[in-house]
Design a protein around this ligand. Structure first.
Ligand code: MSP
Length: 510
C-alpha cells in the first residue's frame, strides 16, 4: 500500500514562519502515521519560485529573483530539516526537472485543444498571485482580502485555459466525493462558487520574464499557479519518468493546504488533471489560519511567530512539545490562535498525563516486581473500562487519521494515558503491595497499567517522534523499524523494563 501526501510549495520571498511550519508539521504527522502502519509513503514539500511576487520582492531587496529564491529555498529546506520534518523530497520550481516537465504538460494541454490565445482585462492580487473577478474586486473595495494591498489592473494578450469546458466535471467530482474537499463547510463554499462559473483562466504573461516560457510562444511565461500546481506530479516524474514515483504514488491521497488557496486546488488543478486524462487526488484538506494573541501575525505588532521565535520555543520545550501544541490548538480545519498560556498548558498536559503515567508505572514495576512484567493475575471490577479503552484505541486512532481529525489523533494517546492514571488512582497499587493476600491482584494492575502506557506511547509516535520512542525505550521496547501493530503486541510476562527518566521536565515559565 502506498500513500502520497503533499504540502503547498511555499513562496521563498521571505523566511518561513509558524504558518508554513504548521502545514508541514501536520503533513509530517500524517506521513509518519502511515509509515508506522507499514505503508510506502511519499511526502513532498518545496518552494514555488516564479511569479510577480518574487520579482517585486527581489527588486525591493536589490537582488535577483533567482538569488532570492535560492537563498530562501535553502532557508526553508534547512528549517524543515532542523524541525525534524521527514519529507522524502523537496522540489524547487526553478529546477530543470520541474521546468521541462511543466512544458510537456502545457504541450499536452495545447494538443488537447484546451489552451487558446486571447486578451485579458481584469483585476489581479499580486500577493496571492490570483485573478479576482469584477464582483469580488468590488466587494473587497479593490483590495486584496489577504494582504489588504490594492488590486492591480491587468490588460494584456494572454493564453487561456478552458476552465468552462470542465467546470461541470469538477463540480460533479466534488459533489460525489470522488474528490473529497474537506472540511465540509469549505466543500460547500467551493460548490457554490463553481455553480454558474463562466470564465476561462489567463495562464500566461507577456510582460514577465521570470517564469517558465510557454513552449509554443516563449515571449510569454506561464502563470505561476499552473507552474506551481504541476509540482505535485512533476516531482514524481510525470510525464516521462513515471518510474520516479508517479507509477506508485499518483493519485495523491492528500493535498494539505491553507484555506486561502483551496480554490486553486479545487478548481484549476482538477481541470488540468481531467484535461490531461489523469486521476484526481483523493482529498484536499484546507486547514485554518493562525493568528497570534488574537491578531494577524505582524512584525510591527510584535506578535510575529517567525523562525527565531520558533527556534527559541524548541530550545526550551523541544520539538515534540511544539508539534503537540500545534495539533491540539484547534479541531483540524478551524482557525488557531497562538498564546503562551495555551502553550504552557499543553506542555503541562504532556508531562502531567503521559510523562507521569510512564514514570509511575515504571517506578511501581521496579519497586514491586523488580522491573519484570508479571503474568496476568486476578481480574477486578476496575479493569474493564481500561481494557476496553486499550482495545478500542488502535481503531479510533486509525479513524482519526483516516478523516484527518488531527487534533483528535494527538489527543487520543493522552486520553488513554488519563484513563490509565485514573485506573491507578482507583486500584491503589501502593496499598495492594502492603497486603500479601493481594499479590495476584497487584500483578494484574501492574500488567494492565504497563500495557496502557505502552499502547499510548506507541500511538503517540507520529505526533511525538522523539519523546514517544524514548518512552518506549524506557519500557524496554526499541521502536526503531517496528510497525504500529508490532509495537502494540502485548509484552510477554518476564519482559524486563528499564529505569524511568523524566520525559517532559518541568520548565520554569518566564
Ligand atoms: N506558493 C503558494 C502555494 C502553491 S501550492 C501549489 C503559496 N505559498 S505561501 O508561501 O503563501 O504559503 C501558503 C501556505 O502557508 C498556506 O496555504 C498555509 O498552508 C501556510 N500558511 C501561511 N500563513 C499561514 C497562517 N498564518 N496560518 C496557517 N497557515 C498559513 O500560497
Amino acid at each position: 500500500m502506498s500513500f502520497f501526501i503533499t504540502t503547498p510549495i511555499y513562496y521563498p520571498n521571505g523566511e518561513p514562519h509558524l504558518g508554513h511550519l504548521y502545514t508541514t508539521v501536520c503533513a509530517d504527522v500524517v506521513a509518519r502515521y502511515h509509515r508506522l502502519c507499514g505503508q510506502q509513503v511519499h511526502f513532498l514539500t518545496g518552494t514555488d519560485e516564479h511569479g510577480i511576487k518574487m520579482v517585486k520582492t527581489a527588486a525591493e531587496l536589490k537582488t535577483t529573483p533567482a538569488e532570492l529564491a535560492t537563498l530562501n529555498a535553502n532557508v526553508f529546506r534547512n528549517f524543515f530539516a532542523e524541525f525534524g520534518i521527514s519529507n522524502d523530497d523537496f522540489i524547487r520550481t526553478s529546477q530543470e526537472r520541474h521546468k521541462s516537465r511543466v512544458q510537456e504538460i502545457v504541450r499536452k494541454l495545447e494538443a488537447s485543444g484546451d489552451i487558446y490565445l486571447g486578451a485579458y482585462e481584469g483585476w489581479y492580487d499580486e500577493g496571492q498571485e490570483e485573478f479576482i473577478t469584477e464582483t469580488e474586486a468590488k466587494d473587497a473595495d479593490f483590495k486584496s482580502r489577504i494582504s489588504g494591498r490594492p488590486l492591480v489592473r491587468y490588460k494584456e494578450p494572454t493564453y487561456f485555459l478552458k476552465l468552462t469546458k470542465y467546470v461541470d466535471s469538477v463540480y460533479r467530482a466534488i459533489e460525489s466525493d470522488q474528490l473529497q474537499v474537506r472540511p465540509a463547510s469549505r466543500r460547500n463554499e467551493i460548490l457554490s462558487k463553481l455553480k454558474g462559473w463562466d470564465q476561462d483562466l489567463s495562464i500566461s504573461r507577456a510582460s514577465l520574464s521570470w517564469g517558465i516560457p510557454m513552449p509554443n510562444d516563449p515571449a510569454h511565461v506561464l502563470y505561476v499557479w499552473i507552474d506551481a500546481l504541476s509540482n505535485y506530479i512533476t516531482a514524481i516524474g510525470y510525464p516521462n519518468h513515471p518510474e520516479e514515483g508517479y507509477d506508485r504514488f499518483w493519485p495523491a491521497h492528500v493535498h494539505l493546504i491553507g484555506k486561502e488557496i483551496l480554490w486553486f486546488h479545487a478548481f484549476y488543478w482538477p481541470v488540468m488533471l481531467i484535461a490531461l486524462g489523469l486521476p484526481l487526488p483523493k482529498t484536499l484538506f484546507a486547514h485554518g489560519w493562525w493568528t497570534s494573541n488574537g491578531a494577524k501575525m505582524s512584525k510591527s505588532m510584535g506578535n510575529f511567530i517567525g523562525l527565531e521565535r520558533l527556534r527559541d520555543v524548541v530550545e526550551r520545550f523541544g520539538q515534540d512539545a511544539l508539534r503537540f501544541y500545534m495539533l491540539r490548538a484547534s479541531p483540524f480545519g478551524n482557525d488557531l490562535d497562538w498564546s503562551d498560556t495555551d502553550f504552557n498548558a499543553s506542555y503541562g498536559e504532556l508531562g502531567n498525563v503521559l510523562g507521569n503515567l510512564l514514570n509511575r508505572s515504571l517506578n511501581m514495576l521496579q519497586k514491586y516486581r523488580e522491573g519484570v512484567i508479571p503474568a496476568a493475575g486476578e481480574a477486578g471490577p476496575e479493569d474493564e473500562a481500561l481494557e476496553r479503552a486499550i482495545a478500542d484505541f488502535p481503531s479510533q486512532l486509525a479513524a482519526a487519521y483516516e478523516t484527518l481529525e488531527l487534533q483528535r489523533a494527538a489527543q487520543l494517546p493522552l486520553e488513554l494515558a488519563r484513563a490509565a492514571n485514573t485506573y491507578i488512582d482507583q486500584t491503589k497499587p501502593f496499598s495492594l503491595a502492603k497486603d500479601p493476600s493481594k499479590t495476584a491482584r497487584l500483578d494484574q494492575v501492574l500488567g494492565l497499567m504497563l500495557r496502557a502506557t505502552q499502547v499510548a506511547l506507541a500511538g503517540a509516535i507520529p505526533v511525538l517522534p522523539g519523546k514517544a520512542p524514548a518512552g518506549l525505550l524506557q519500557l524496554g521496547i526499541d521502536a526503531k523499524g517496528l510497525t504500529l501493530n508490532q509495537l502494540l503486541a502485548p509484552l510477554s510476562p518476564g519482559h524486563r523494563v528499564g529505569q524511568a527518566s523524566v520525559l517532559f521536565p518541568r520548565i520554569e515559565v518566564a
